[in-house]
Design a protein around this ligand. Structure first.
Ligand code: AFP
Length: 342
């Protein structure tokens, strides 16, 4: 009996390590520090993934957010994910400073360790309110070069526009665990093979399909949207021009919604509304890294008026409206917001 043509053979398996190394070889000036930082991130993702798959056991075993059998309070998973990422990156000499959605201030590197040349911003567990319902969540990373020249990194290093990103990564804890990353040379997706603990290349060169299938928005806020957003949503539904409307899919976990639309074509939007005039999502930890991935996959991200990647942040936890996905759909949203329709 011969193997089916689709059976992976060892020579066709690309581990994340091999993929990153091959990309690095195209840059003779590369020192390997970024490569190692990306491995650290992949490892953190594996550790977080292993904790998340045990979340349903919390009531039985006393895991995150519960009281354990010794009667001690146990960390919530988003806090735990935050600690895992910090612990894996605070001593390596690769990172100058970190900041995360979980911490009000920058996370400085202790003086006892060497400060590195990269800046690491992250959302440790995006969509964490879904954990109790077994819905997928994710971790998002943004990597920049430091701007300050020496010593521990500072706030200035963290407040950079997305246009200066070196790399964006997200890890999706879904029906399988996936890592998707870009260093500006396309978008590549890897699926965790749990029995060997390796991320294997499963989605090379991801491009957003030109024909979109889905729109994703929390439509329960419709009554507090602007008239322009209401009209845009009707346009997407096909009530105003598009021959066949798009289907609505909304998980309420940004990475999951974004990932689905990246592979199927579509738009995710979280506009400003009366209750949240600045939007809800965080510019630095959510919008910017995903905007880089969207752009590298042929898409686009906007706050409704301008490219997300062009915004100069002014504070760490800045919020922004977000429209992200197929370029034509996002540009049409901008046109509606300018009052021009489609
Ligand atoms: P949580 O991390 O609190 O679950 O928030 C998730 C999130 O930041 C993002 O992942 C979702 O897209 C968005 O909020 C959902 O917000 P709504 O519940 O207001 O739709």
């Amino acid at each position: 009996m011969t193997d089916s043509v689709d059976t992976p053979t060892p020579s066709r398996i690309t581990t994340i390590e091999r993929h990153i190394l091959e990309a690095e070889r195209q840059h003779p000036e590369a020192t390997g520090v970024l490569t190692n930082l990306l491995y650290d991130i992949a490892l953190a993702g594996k550790v977080i993934s292993s904790q998340i798959t045990r979340a349903g056991l919390a009531p039985i075993l006393g895991l995150a957010g519960e009281i354990n059998v010794q009667g001690e309070a146990v960390m919530k998973l988003d806090r735990l994910a935050d600690m895992i990422i910090q612990n894996m990156n605070d001593h390596t000499g690769r990172v100058a400073v970190m900041a995360s959605e979980e911490n009000p201030n920058i996370i400085s590197i202790s003086k006892k360790y060497q400060a590195g040349k990269y800046v690491l911003l992250f959302d440790p567990l995006d969509g964490s309110s879904n954990i109790d319902y077994n819905v997928s969540t994710g971790t998002i990373f943004a990597i920049y070069h430091r701007k300050t020249e020496k010593g521990p990194g500072t706030l200035v290093d963290c407040l950079q526009p997305g246009r200066d990103l070196v790399a964006s990564v997200y890890i999706l804890y879904g029906s399988s665990t996936m890592l998707v990353y870009t260093t500006g040379q396309g978008v590549h997706g890897f699926t965790l093979e749990p029995t060997i603990g390796e991320f294997l290349l499963s989605h090379p060169n991801i491009r957003i399909p030109a024909k979109a299938k889905y729109y994703s928005v929390n439509q329960s806020y419709e009554s507090s949207w602007s008239e322009e957003i209401r009209q845009y949503t009707q346009y997407l539904q096909g009530l105003d021009g598009v021959p066949k409307g798009l289907s609505l899919r909304y998980i309420g976990s940004l990475i999951s919604d974004f990932h689905r639309n990246l592979l199927s074509g579509g738009i995710f939007y979280y506009p400003a509304n009366r209750e949240t005039p600045e939007g809800k999502l965080r510019l630095l930890y959510e919008a910017v890294p995903l905007a880089f991935i969207a752009e590298q996959a042929g898409g686009y991200a906007s706050d409704g008026r301008q490219n997300i990647l062009g915004i100069q942040p002014t504070h760490l936890h800045q919020r922004t409206p977000l429209f992200i996905g197929n370029r034509d759909l996002v540009e049409t949203a901008e046109a509606f917001i300018r009052g021009l329709g489609h």
